[in-house]
Ligand binder design. Structure first.
Ligand SMILES: Cc1cc2nc3c(=O)[nH]c(=O)nc-3n(C[C@H](O)[C@H](O)[C@H](O)COP(=O)(O)O)c2cc1C
Length: 181
């Protein structure tokens, strides 16, 4: 699959058939995460693979009932929980190197796009869910201090083909030589 074709064809999938995701497929997806770029190659990401139905039910309950990704947490056979070690990305010897504290979010974003595109290439769907009770999910998964949980990503075979939400034209966010230009 061509890269641009994959980028444009990937959609947020919120309905799944329930067909299992194999260990081999999961390994390919994790390999794509592995090769994501990161600050100083710090690779701060952590991925928790959740298949257990009871745990998925608890994760589901940590999302607001209004979150459109909620049902996907139960419908997909796997939920990948993405988190990160703190004070690695954008840090050196415990000191932050720029005005931003959130470089782990940047690295996780890159890893997440790799993950979603690799899944799409395998005919699998994903939806990134970021709106949930993060403290509750830390509790459910027994995440220790020094790590944050950032997104839940249900993964499975798509049961629908959603239309692409509209995008701005590139001219609306591209500036030459000066901002805003
Ligand atoms: C960081 C992040 C958090 C998101 N959180 C949610 C969420 O909590 N619930 C949801 O249904 N979709 C969530 N989404 C999916 C976006 O709504 C979706 O990517 C966007 O509408 C564009 O649609 P597309 O992915 O099909 O291109 C999130 C996406 C990102 C990148």
């Amino acid at each position: 699959m061509d890269v641009l074709e994959a980028i444009k064809g990937r959609r947020s999938i919120r309905r799944f058939t329930g067909q299992e995701v194999t260990g081999g497929q999961l390994a390919q997806i994790l390999e794509a995460v592995r090769w994501a770029p990161s600050w100083g190659n710090s690779q701060c990401w952590e991925v928790i693979v959740v298949r257990d139905r009871q745990t998925r039910q608890q994760l589901h309950d940590a999302l607001s009932p209004k979150n459109p990704a909620g049902p996907a947490v139960m419908a997909a056979p796997v939920v990948l929980v993405l988190g990160a070690a703190m004070q690695k990305s954008g840090h050196y010897k415990g000191e932050r190197l720029t005005r931003f504290t959130e470089w782990f979010m940047y690295d996780l974003g890159l890893a997440t796009q790799n993950l979603c595109l690799a899944a799409h290439r395998l005919g699998l769907g994903t939806v990134i869910a970021g709106a949930f009770d993060h403290d509750r999910v830390r509790e459910i998964l027994a995440v220790p201090a020094g790590y944050e949980v950032v997104t839940l990503i249900p993964l499975g075979y798509p049961d629908h083909e959603p239309a692409a939400p509209k995008r701005k034209e590139a001219a609306a966010f591209t500036h030459y030589e000066r901002f805003p230009g």
